[in-house]
Ligand binder design. Sequence first.
Ligand SMILES: Nc1nc2c(c(=O)[nH]1)N[C@H]1C(S)=C(S)[C@@H](COP(=O)(O)OP(=O)(O)OC[C@H]3O[C@@H](n4cnc5c(=O)[nH]c(N)nc54)[C@H](O)[C@@H]3O)O[C@H]1N2
Ligand SMILES: Nc1nc2c(c(=O)[nH]1)N[C@H]1C(S)=C(S)[C@@H](COP(=O)(O)OP(=O)(O)OC[C@H]3O[C@@H](n4cnc5c(=O)[nH]c(N)nc54)[C@H](O)[C@@H]3O)O[C@H]1N2
Ligand SMILES: [Mo]
Length: 783
Amino acid sequence: MSHQLKDDELHGKQGEHDAPGGGWQSVQATETHFLREKVPFKGNSLMLKINQPDGGFECPSCAWPNPKKPGPLEFCENGAKAVAWEATAARTTPEFFAQHSVSELLAWSDHALEKQGRLTHPLRYNPTTDKYDPIDWETAYREIGERIQTYDPTRVELYTSGRTSNEAAFLWQLYGRMIGTHNFPDCSNMCHETTTVALPQSIGVGKATTVLEDFEHADCIFLFGQNAGTNSPRMMGLLHEARLRGAEVITFNPLRERALVKFANPQTPKDMLTNHGVPISSQYHQLRIGGDIAAIQGICKYLIATDDNARDNGGKRVIDHDFIHMHTDGFEAFAEHCRQLPWERIERHSGLTRAAISEAAEAWIRAERVICCWGMGITQHMRGGDNIHQILNLLLMGGHIGRRGAGACPVRGHSNVQGDRTVGIFHKSGEAFLSKLDELFGIECRREHGHDVALCCEAILRDEVDAFLGMGGNFFRAIADQARVCAHVEKIPLTVQIATKLNRSHLIHGQAAYLLPALARTEKDVQAGVEQTITIEDGMCNVQGSKGALEPASQHLRSEIAIVAGLARATLAPNPKVDWAWLAEDYARIRDKIEASQPETFYDFNQRLAADGVFHLDIAARDRVWNTDSGKAHFLFPQDHLTEDESEPGDAHFQLLSIRGHDQYNTTIYSYDDRYRDIYGTRMVLMMNPRDIEKHGFEAGNKVTLSALSDDGIERTVSGFKIIAYDLPENCLGAYYPEVNDLIPVANRDTGSNTLAAKSIPVNVTLMSTEQIEADTGLLATG
Ligand SMILES: Nc1nc2c(c(=O)[nH]1)N[C@H]1C(S)=C(S)[C@@H](COP(=O)(O)OP(=O)(O)OC[C@H]3O[C@@H](n4cnc5c(=O)[nH]c(N)nc54)[C@H](O)[C@@H]3O)O[C@H]1N2
Ligand SMILES: Nc1nc2c(c(=O)[nH]1)N[C@H]1C(S)=C(S)[C@@H](COP(=O)(O)OP(=O)(O)OC[C@H]3O[C@@H](n4cnc5c(=O)[nH]c(N)nc54)[C@H](O)[C@@H]3O)O[C@H]1N2
Ligand SMILES: [Mo]
């Protein structure tokens, strides 16, 4: 029997009187994480070094930029967690690997694996004992190099996760291109690739057109599909300030994310005294999953109707026609599309009322300076690119690009995911870059396009991969169709993982397997007696230096750069134009090569870095220069969406979104708590609207199986999820990533960019039987 839930039984509900995001709880959580990792917190000089321009290190957590004048403690709760996790006193030693076989470790949770601490020695898989044994670096390089020499280069994959520095990433892609491969699956392919592809189609550049100072001048900030309180907490300070000076913040998100409702800034004494916080979102629109195109076109429809009306009656126009005329094309077709779109269809697809959408449009009209931000709730959809085009239409209609206090702000994930692409990690690099590399290094780069993450997974499924090399990350845990792909990995002749901590991707291995431990960003990197600086590019295009402060976790660690150089020397025939050892001795030499490969972007690289410790890359659209085919910005919209014959969002099945909890960094699980969502002690939950719980005859607390719907006839299920009543729209479900990654067919991806569609997984939900519940090991549910 189902029962009606009382309001206070609802998870994720945030009323007037609930605790804000941030606040004292945030300070407390920071300290707990340091204590847990046995890193002293109070007065710790380490924390004073985060995100400081001179001699500090860049926080390894998210890509949010630093202010020009950083405060003395320029970090957030989750940055501190990431640092504590890296600086932990725990070690995963050869003795540990002697005690535990790989098959045994496979049954451990993700949390338990990383919790063992930092890797200390290079390791090689021993098939006789099913264990990892220590090995010396030179033997590892030699054996790996000899194997790679025998493979067809188009069957070699080089993965990059976004913590890797510019210098390491540049050498990594050079190594790959010199092997002869063009397969560079990149964590970006699961993340903001959608932005990288769709944004240039609209405005000619794939990066943020805002800088941090723009947030100080904006009147209205739209937040689409992004959970800043957890995933880019330093952004909260800016939103907090914006609200205090009267700017509006308009959020579109199926979930009510606590910090976006109300936030107490841990750096603001008044908030901390009262622990009350400031309301962040002036409007909060809980739209349907995937309802953004309809919602934004609804806003545009309202704006166009208001403007048409003003034109006919001599009122004040609300659309910036001068800008549109001078800088864009395609507006009339888009306007006509919006005029024709029935409100009833907009409401049905967005799940929002006409009144709510009109309210958002009114805020846009009131504002002179509008910023639109977006995250994974926009990019990880089959229509992710269309989502982004609509956001840009909204900005272009008001001339909100190339104006102080306005612009497009994709909020990027990994701290250097943007820089890795800029310096050359790309499976579709263009002719200009490739011919430059050919000339500089006397090589011949492969021209045809290689594999991204989705194509790499498909190649693994076809058993067409001979070597998979991972520069950081946790590829086999982060991807779609995890179980299917992983079942083929044992057929890969060689897997090599360069990592800081043990994770599942090290246990899902090829016939020969190596695990190479790297220095982390917080650690001193000394080469030829000199402490080295690496660089990263944040999500707003600032390139900056980072220098580690801690002693390395083990004397056997090597820098990522040294490891690439070691692998390259062992794999490639000598080339007088690429002296790997010489490059790895002084990272400024690598920056010179980066500059030579892209002089327009990286001119005077070392000099600019030395001058201020940071410089901003030129973004043409900021100056209203549009690097598109026509030299103008484009209004783009899908012709086949919201049409009469498109299938309606019905209640035949659910749409599931997969998200991050507050105590997690991607596949790294710090703990089983998600404070902002009132979920404690487990991640195996399924968030469901109370009316859906009732309608389908479930009860909160029921254990269920989720089965994905797909066209390929393959059964994909995950079990053991406990239903919790949650404040999200009907027919929408929420669960944690990566626990649900088995459910996502690798074919479910954004059409333009191949980005996995992790935010709209069509599923059915069924109750588990008592026998099934008893047989369920609950592997992922506990530490
Ligand atoms: N602490 C911490 N920080 C991180 C990370 C981490 O795991 N932990 N990961 C880093 C990385 S790599 C990335 S990419 C970023 C990710 O940062 P986010 O982009 O914030 O990532 P998600 O947790 O996936 O949350 C996406 C949000 O989109 C909403 N959403 C889902 N579907 C839709 C939809 O259809 N429409 C709209 N409008 N909203 C939707 C969800 O409810 C959720 O609030 O964070 C980075 N920073
Ligand atoms: N269902 C679903 N799937 C998703 C997502 C989602 O929202 N939903 N999000 C996607 C997104 S946005 C992303 S970015 C990917 C993330 O995919 P990845 O980037 O591959 O995964 P991470 O969990 O960030 O990788 C963590 C591992 O990186 C290693 N590591 C940490 N620091 C360093 C370092 O400095 N150097 C080296 N060499 N290794 C290091 C550690 O061993 C750690 O275990 O997942 C994607 N998958
Ligand atoms: Mo990401």
